[in-house]
Design a protein around this ligand. Sequence first.
Ligand SMILES: *Cc1c(COP(=O)(O)O)cnc(C)c1O
Length: 403
Amino acid sequence: MQFSERILRVKPSATLAITALANSLKAKGIDVIGFGTGEPDFDTPTFIKMAAIQAIESGKTKYTPAGGIPELKKAICEKFRRDNALDYEPSQVTVNCGGKHSFYNLIQVLIDAGDEVIIPAPYWVSYPPIVLLAGGTPVIVPTAEENGFKLTPAQLEKAITPRTRAVILNSPSNPTGSTYSRAELESLAGILEKRDILIISDDIYESILYDGRTFINIANLSESLKKKTIVLNGVSKAYSMTGWRIGYMAADKEIIAKAEILQSQSTSNPTSISQWASVEALLGDQGVIGDMVEAFDRRRAVIVRMLNEAPGVHCMSPEGAFYAFPNISGVAKLPGWAKLREKYTDPNLSSAVTAFLLEVAQVAVVPGVEFGDDNFIRLSFATSDENIVRGCERIKEALGKLA
Ligand SMILES: *Cc1c(COP(=O)(O)O)cnc(C)c1O
């Protein structure tokens, strides 16, 4: 069968694949502990579910404007003013079928063949394939663990070419949890201010921050930066609404208008019921976020401590989001590893370690190579305290046998 060049450029989402594999082992009765899924384990808060039920009962079950209902656009503008001190008109925001779809639409609207998008690594797994699907070129810029996985001004400057259209910032980051401070954003702004490059700011984890950190967007630094910035966000992570599929973006109204044309010719509107629930999520009691963050923070302490006790592993404490991203390069140096290499032959260390952990420890993690750094694995701690303790015990035990 002949397929488009476009689809042959990409492979399935690795995180979804790991989750599917772990689930199929579980279905066979194997007690796999999953650290793969990137979604909160909490139920969607009741008041949000009630708004959806209300929407169904009152017949809000028909097409809506392709870019979202006015009530939700207004709620998004209010959220930006309240949480981010950013002023947008409803014509500057649009609603999509999840945050991933917001990014997809944006890239389709901005990127032509050969256009470059700077993506600091480690990166969210979906950024490079979505750029590739548009015919664009992902320009991967590796960041250093010693530097908190943050893009430096020198690295940014070096990556820029005449074909650079945009740079992606994802703070707090999936997978590293690293979070840009105002000073760090200012140093990047120094380079971006004077160039015709768009900034794509993926703020999906803005509310999941630890140790008293506060969130700042590069658009907060100046009016001219705000004009160049497209802010991506959504309700999936903050309100535990991953299945509802609502994301949104804010940008210059010309970009938004084009994104709405694309959406009108593809998905049409995001689910009407989910949109009404999202109005309630954004305007209702925000205390639900704090409750989740408190639980994540407690789990963060446990998972980081326990991973650091495992031979060959060292793990920084993430500043935000809900992922531990331990360095596993030391596993390759454990005395028992060389022999295992005959069995776990994947040339990528992180994939081999992932296969070993799944088979021997019955723990599902995601190999760092999928995020652009093979010396790491990613574990989501959006899972129960009990799973974290049991899973880490198993990892310690499995790696302990190699020490
Ligand atoms: C989860 C996530 C999103 C959005 O996910 P959706 O489920 O599509 O809303 C966007 N960016 C990053 C980095 C994420 O981890």
